[in-house]
Design a protein around this ligand. Sequence first.
Ligand SMILES: *Cc1c(COP(=O)(O)O)cnc(C)c1O
Length: 411
Amino acid sequence: MTLSEAGALELDAADPGHRELFDVPPAQGGEYPEVAYFAGNSLGLRPKATRTELLEDLDAWAALGVEGHLDAARPWLPYHELLTGPAARLVGALPSETVVMNSLTVNLHLLMVSFYRPTRSRHRIVIEDAAFPSDSYAVRSQVRFHGYDPDDAVIRLRQRPGEDCLRTADVVEQLGADVALVLLGGVNYLTGELMDIPTITKAGHAAGAVVGWDLAHAAGNVPLALHEWEVDFAAWCSYKYLNSGPGALAGAFVHERHLGGELPRFEGWWSTEASTRFEMTPESRPPATADAWQVSNPPIFSMSPVRTSLELFDKIGIGALRERSLRLTAFLDGLLDGFDVITPRDPARRGAQLSVRVPGGAGELSRRLRFGYGVIADAREPDVLRLAPVPLYSTYHDCWRAAAALTEVMG
Ligand SMILES: *Cc1c(COP(=O)(O)O)cnc(C)c1O
């Protein structure tokens, strides 16, 4: 602990963020009225505008019935297009490469239909050993679907003994001629490590593999340049740093060079060119955009919070948020100096999350932080506590509270 509470409050006055735009839950313990919220990497807080704008969309249904498809203030038929531009700018993509649809793991499957096309000599998938379970299950089921053995085909990248994170050079070395697909998390959910996406993508391509990224913990956290980095495909969810609510709709990216081509896709009536949607023809005419990966008509009331949130990111800019994120995370990192932080200490190799190894019972520790101090942190049993100071709404005072509470509980 290197700074006083008054010092943290001074930093907040000088570098205030955007907390006033969010609903911060009341604390269930401790001496402050609001929680110090560090679980924005799990479920982001609700922007105040979300409620207002969702009610507007909901009331258009009451006022217009089916005519809302065309006559609502935000018409439902082209509603998803309102999200495309802001989502594309957020991940450094062209609008034609970007679509918001479904949920994350569903998008990974739909994209693997196109991008995992194994042959006998090249059928392996590379993931990280510390992959989120959904990604592990998804790739194993894809491998089985194609008739291969997941125990043989899935390569899980392990850290070196005694190390917590992966080294780029070690990842690159594993990308051999039998690898069909590399599918890694851009920011690891557990360690908070930000991977070197451009270097690994280039190395995967040099090895003849397709390279996709799961950006669940990267989207809205760090600046991305998916188009420039020539990433083949990517998907991300919107309920973590993108503050769009539990189970919110996800994003998907397909690089321009794959658009309008012969890649296999699973189709439905939303895969066809919008102008042909009501021609009721037996054959689709897919557009040369990522919209061709859509299947069903989108749930408008689930899109509404994603639109509100993406517009907020668009207005503030991920560049400015990253700047504040670097200051805030460095501040928390300094306060946690005496703790076993497993996230890289180099700010360029991490986003907003710091993961702290605690001596077992992470769940019990997070309960004590919540009910004793009003500090919300995420526990990964047995021994990792994840703290994400989110640049949109977290404060230096929140960081001070978390460090003070941890010091007291563990000291
Ligand atoms: C949060 C997260 C998921 C969740 O998947 P859903 O399909 O949204 O339920 C998957 N993968 C990673 C890496 C995650 O961080």
